[in-house]
Design a protein around this ligand. Structure first.
Ligand code: BGC
Length: 751
């Protein structure tokens, strides 16, 4: 039976209630022994357990228990497989139950605004829809085991540069369309037990003090029912935090701030009801764990290792392939690069896992009895050119049928706590790849990295396999993919630009220690590259397979919809090749109404489907009014103009294979400001005000035939941007008549 937490709160002293609003130590909440209230333990997250029994820290410096390192979010997002990530969540939930952990600190859903963010490996995507769906699936998986999650870092924490103090300055539309939806979707679809607020300010107010963020949006609009905790050390003004809707300060010991909360109540500066409410919210999550504690769950590291390995294979993205992959049997293969022996499989910082075991591609090859030669070529942990090693690699490549280079970013290149200065791979690796590709046209590059890299050699190699940071099973997964035992099926959850300078945030990333201006607005990732017609190395959604697919026969449950409606979009997907494989079907929508300032298209649905050779399956994705909408600040709501929208389905943002148009009708109207600054053009666009204006113009035409010549395109174009008030400047109207006209227009609008 569920513990009556309200009753418990009623029995508590003010000090006891305040004490529940701060941690006991690095990882525990406080107990209230007098009432038998237990403390609970949490741990990072997100892709495995970083449970620290000994010295604690939030940067992954000290040891944690031996655990399983699952693929990081950069990889899992590329699977485009919500079922898969849900399963991974279930396994992590079971591990938590076995280890007495009540909350795993993740998922991390900040948007990949710049490829340079040091923590991109831990985040899902540049696209808010994809990030939200993946987060919700992960949370539902973990929480199905009665273990809580903490979706983080809320919000606009998209860089590491001055992350604890910087002010993220963004307009509301950008925040609502790009930086909120991953959190919003997760709250609405999976009710995370907790939300972790970020360190930074948002438009001048620290997230931990921000009532608009933590209460108005998170609770009142989205319906969040859990509790909000700070990122480690993110509290600013503890009393303001309680008012804003921040329940738990982490880490402990928080005695001084607990006392401030109690004192503020005594001094009449803080309503005790807010303290009661916060304590109750914390206890609800505490007891949700203890009331449902499962006994006898075992953390079987070997079994989970095998599962992590299988997931890693589902996440890898085959970026290019001229047919050299999969590797044919009987070929002479050389592996080059130290990552073949020591794969980079996770990022640095608070998500760092003490992996139970790590399998390299070389280990896997040996285990399977593959005759593979190995040359170190370059070190795995630094940028240090060794000419003798390069010469050895070139010689071995010259004598091999295929050279597979295991490349990527050393640990120190990307981590929590700092951003990358550029998008380069180590120079020693680029040099070696170019040298090897020059002597062997069958050069394959396998990448281990948490975010995009520049690839000056991309057109000179035969294939590129992006393994990302694939967790402790990445070596075996790579082996299975290289030799065709598994068929690659990941697609990019982010664009790979040609150069970092092409990225839309380039001029506003890490330029000012005090603030970060999100000047590119909603044009993040492919939304920018497409609109700008900026060529990229690999587009969002791109990913190849060893088989081929066709997508077609698009049909709609209806070709029209209104505010409350929805449409099922169905396509047939056929495996036209000779081996089994999985296709990622992606649905994008374009506004075809000439609405200014909208991306060319946006992802609004996806499905991953497995097909045997020759097999066809129908897949259905459902869209609704929100799928067509942008956030209209004047309305304070989502809005899609009435008119036409193009539904586009394909297997990459740059590879659309089927389309259909729909018509949308809406009862919503965007309020017009009815003062002298409204332009003739705006008034003419609305049928109600246009009628008034046309009547008035007809009257005036007698007096001023030149000004009112409707058949003169130049004149009408100029009139478009003429504010109503300028009619006064040309002596056509006095104050009184203008007031009268505005009154008539207002009445027409409201009619
Ligand atoms: C990170 C969080 C993490 C926390 C605890 C912070 O530095 O930003 O993501 O959960 O430390 O380790």
């Amino acid at each position: 039976m569920a513990t009556d937490v309200r009753k418990l709160v009623e029995q508590m002293t003010l000090e006891e209630k305040a004490s529940l609003l701060g941690g006991a130590d690095f990882w525990h909440t406080k107990a209230v022994e007098r009432l038998g209230i237990p403390q609970f333990m949490m741990s990072d997250g997100p892709h495995g357990l970083r449970k620290q029994d000994g010295d604690a820290d939030h940067l992954g410096v000290n040891d944690s228990i031996v655990a399983v390192c699952w693929p990081a979010a950069c990889a899992t997002a590329s699977s485009f497989d919500t079922e898969l990530i849900g399963k991974m969540g279930e396994h992590i939930g079971d591990e938590c139950q076995a280890e007495d952990l009540s909350i795993v600190l993740g998922p991390a859903v900040n948007i990949k605004r710049s490829p340079l963010c040091g923590r991109n490996f831990e985040y899902f995507s540049e696209d808010p829809y994809l990030a939200g769906e993946m987060a919700a699936a992960y949370i539902n998986g973990v929480q199905s085991r009665h273990v809580g999650t903490s979706i983080k870092h809320f919000a606009l924490n998209d860089q590491e540069f001055y992350r604890m103090s910087n002010d993220s300055v963004a307009d509301e539309r950008t925040i609502r369309e790009i930086y909120f939806p991953a959190f919003e979707t997760a709250v609405k679809k999976s009710q995370p037990k907790t939300v972790m607020c970020s360190y930074n300010k948002i438009n001048g107010i620290y997230a931990s003090d921000n009532e608009w963020l933590l209460t108005k949006v998170l609770r009142d609009e989205w319906g969040f029912e859990g509790f909000v905790m700070t990122d480690w050390g993110a509290v600013d003004d503890r009393v303001q935090g309680v008012i804003a809707g921040l329940e738990l300060e982490m880490p402990g010991d928080t005695a001084a701030n607990d006392a401030k909360i109690a004192a503020a109540v005594r001094e009449g500066k803080l309503d005790e009801k807010l303290v009661d409410q916060a304590a109750e919210r914390v206890l609800k999550v505490v007891y949700d764990y203890f009331d449902n504690k499962q006994s006898g769950v075992v953390f079987d590291r070997e079994a989970d290792h095998a599962k992590a390995e299988a997931i890693s294979a589902e996440c890898a993205v085959l970026l290019s392939n001229n047919g050299v992959l999969p590797l044919a049997s009987g070929k002479k293969i050389v592996y080059i690069g130290e990552y073949a022996a020591k794969p980079r499989f996770q990022g640095g910082g608070s998500s760092h896992i003490n992996a139970s075991r790590v399998v390299s591609a070389l280990d896997a090859a040996q285990e399977k009895g593959r005759a593979v030669e190995y040359v170190k070529g370059f070190p795995f942990d630094k940028d240090e050119t060794d000419e003798a090693e390069i010469a050895k690699a070139v010689e071995a490549a010259r004598n091999a049928d295929v050279a597979v280079i295991f490349a990527g970013l050393p640990d120190v290149f990307e981590s929590e706590g700092y951003d990358r200065p550029n998008m380069n791979m180590p120079a020693c690796q680029n040099k070696l790849i170019a040298a090897v590709a020059a002597v062997n046209k069958n050069t394959v590059v396998v990448l281990h990295n948490g975010s995009p890299v520049e690839m000056p050699w991309a057109d000179d190699v035969a294939a590129i396999l992006e393994m990302y940071l694939g967790g402790q099973g990445v070596g075996a997964a790579t082996d299975a993919l290289l030799y065709g035992e598994k068929n690659p099926s990941g697609h990019l959850a982010e664009t790979f630009p040609l150069r970092v300078q092409d990225n839309p945030s380039y001029l506003n990333f890490n330029t000012d220690p005090e603030k970060c201006v999100y000047a590119e607005g909603v044009y993040v990732g492919y939304r920018y590259y497409e609109k700008k017609e900026q060529p990229v190395r690999f587009a969002f959604g791109h990913g190849l397979s060893y088989t081929t697919f066709e997508i077609g026969n698009l049909r709609l449950s209806s070709d029209s919809m209104d505010d409350n409606g929805s449409i099922d979009v169905t396509v047939d997907v056929t495996n036209t090749g000779s081996i089994a494989g999985k296709e990622v079907v992606q649905l994008y929508i374009s506004d075809e109404n000439g609405t200014p300032d909208r991306p060319l298209k946006e992802l609004k649905g996806f499905v991953k489907v497995e097909l045997q050779p020759g097999e066809t399956k129908s897949v259905t994705m459902t869209i609704d009014a929100r799928s067509l909408s942008y956030y209209e600040v004047k309305l304070g709501d989502w809005f899609a103009p009435a008119g036409k929208y193009l539904i586009q389905v394909g297997d990459a943002s740059d590879h659309i294979m089927a389309c259909a148009q729909i018509t949308f009708a809406t009862a919503k109207t965007v309020p017009m400001r009815m003062d002298g600054s409204i332009t003739i053009g705006e008034l003419m666009k609305n049928p109600k005000t246009a009628a008034v204006l046309q009547g008035m113009m007809a009257q005036m035409a007698a007096g001023s035939p030149v000004l009112m010549d409707e058949n003169d395109p130049m004149m009408t174009a100029m009139m478009n941007f003429m504010p109503l008030k300028s009619l006064k400047s040309f002596g056509m109207m006095d104050d009184e008549k203008m007031a009268g006209l505005l009154g008539i227009l207002k009445a027409a609008m409201e009619s």
